[in-house]
Design a protein around this ligand. Structure first.
Ligand code: HEM
Length: 368
């Protein structure tokens, strides 16, 4: 009797699986996941970062829906966030989780992009993986930016005001796009309403759609092996099935990510400053979030070197051309056979990485 009882949950689970499988064909889905294998080598660690980005995105979805239950956009925005933070049970924890996870997601997406870059995983046939990834990076940054204003405390208000100065300098379309986003000449309750719609409907819609395409491509092409492994004869290369072997490792990474997130969110609760007063001047040292700091600093430096409109235009040109070249890398560095191009892009990657980190740090030392 006791033995039967201990087997009962397993039998019930197998029975339930069969019942669903007969109707929906779960076996086919798992079979599809089993088709893919993941290369094993000394750089395999970098394959986790796309999955870690995905994990933080899922956390954003769940914690975001919980915040939606009490958040009220518009004139009541600040009061509703104050209620969530100070009055509701565990409201502070959900808000802290959402804010920390957004930063960790942006960090993981950057790590993922640079690991893909240095592994040369943008080469044929993975060009669309690179381009769809760049679209996801843009959407991730925009999600971070639009979410930052929603509490409407003084930091959110002034940082958004300053942040909008960056796209406003884009030639021709800049002022029109920023006025449309703001819903007027100043950041106001109308802006909150617009950012809210972008943050919870428009951006997630495009994100999920492009993410589906991105993941389908990974399933279709499998993971690329880095150039250092290309020299190893095929017969000596090792790999493991994605499902269940690599998937189990992915889950272990997710558990580590969850621990890091829980420690940060619980021990360093996300702060809420005083309500924004739109009539007071911006406090000293106001700056955008760390992920826009490098652009902010470039605009500042160009503004100093080339006073007047020339500095702004050159600063924006620098980023636009840089971003475009970054997107076109797969069309330039196509294979290891072209050693010169392969080496140039690797060096370019180091310069971009060090440049981004250096400008971000410099930005914090260079606050007015
Ligand atoms: C939220 C954003 C993103 C998510 C959730 C995501 C998710 C993933 C996942 C789960 C994988 C498979 C595992 C891996 O190789 O890491 C992957 C692979 C890939 N991702 Fe992303 N990704 C994102 C952004 C990006 C960005 C910004 C780029 C580059 C611009 C990019 C380019 C690629 C490429 C080329 C692959 C194939 C890698 C290979 O073959 O080894 N992804 N992504």
């Amino acid at each position: 009797m006791a033995k039967w009882l201990s087997r009962a949950p397993r039998l019930a689970a197998v029975g339930a699986y069969r019942w669903v499988d007969e109707r929906l064909g779960l076996g086919e889905v798992l079979g599809y996941a089993r088709q893919k294998s993941v290369p094993l080598h000394k750089h395999s660690y970098w394959y986790y970062w796309g999955g870690v980005s995905l994990f933080f995105f899922l956390v954003q979805g769940v914690s975001g829906v919980l915040l939606l239950v009490y958040y009220r956009p518009g004139a009541e925005a600040y009061n509703s966030v104050r209620e969530i933070t100070f009055d509701l049970d565990f409201g502070w924890l959900i808000r802290s989780t959402h804010s920390w996870s957004s930063n960790l997601m942006i960090l993981s997406v950057f790590i993922h992009m640079f690991s893909v870059f240095f592994m040369k995983a943008y080469r044929k046939p993975r060009e669309f993986g690179w381009w769809s990834g760049l679209a996801l990076l843009g959407l991730t940054l925009f999600l971070g930016f639009s979410g930052y204003l929603l509490p409407m405390d003084d930091l959110a208000y002034f940082a958004t005001k300053v942040g909008l100065e960056i796209p406003r300098k884009l030639p021709v379309i800049g002022p029109a796009v920023v006025d449309m986003l703001r819903g007027g000449a100043e950041v106001s309750e109308v802006t909150i309403q617009r950012f809210f719609a972008l943050h919870v409907v428009v951006l997630p819609f495009f994100f999920i759609f492009i993410l589906g395409f991105h993941l389908w491509l990974v399933q279709r092409h499998g993971n690329a092996v880095p150039p250092s492994e290309e020299a190893v004869p095929e017969s000596e290369r090792h790999s493991i099935p994605f499902f269940p072997n690599f998937f189990a490792k992915d889950l272990a990474m997710w558990l580590i990510a969850l621990n890091v997130l829980a420690i940060l969110a619980a021990l360093f609760p996300w702060q809420l400053g005083p309500q924004a007063d739109t009539l007071t001047p911006a406090p000293a040292g106001i700056h955008p979030e760390w992920y826009f700091m490098s652009q902010f600093e470039v605009l500042k430096l160009f503004g100093r070197w080339f006073p007047g409109a020339a500095g702004e235009i050159l600063g924006i040109l620098f980023f636009t051309v840089g971003g475009l070249l970054w997107a076109l890398i797969p069309l330039y560095d196509k294979s290891s056979q072209r050693a010169m191009r392969a080496r140039t892009t690797t060096w370019l990657g180091y310069i971009v990485l060090v440049g981004l980190i250096g400008l971000t740090i410099l930005g914090y030392f260079d606050l007015d």
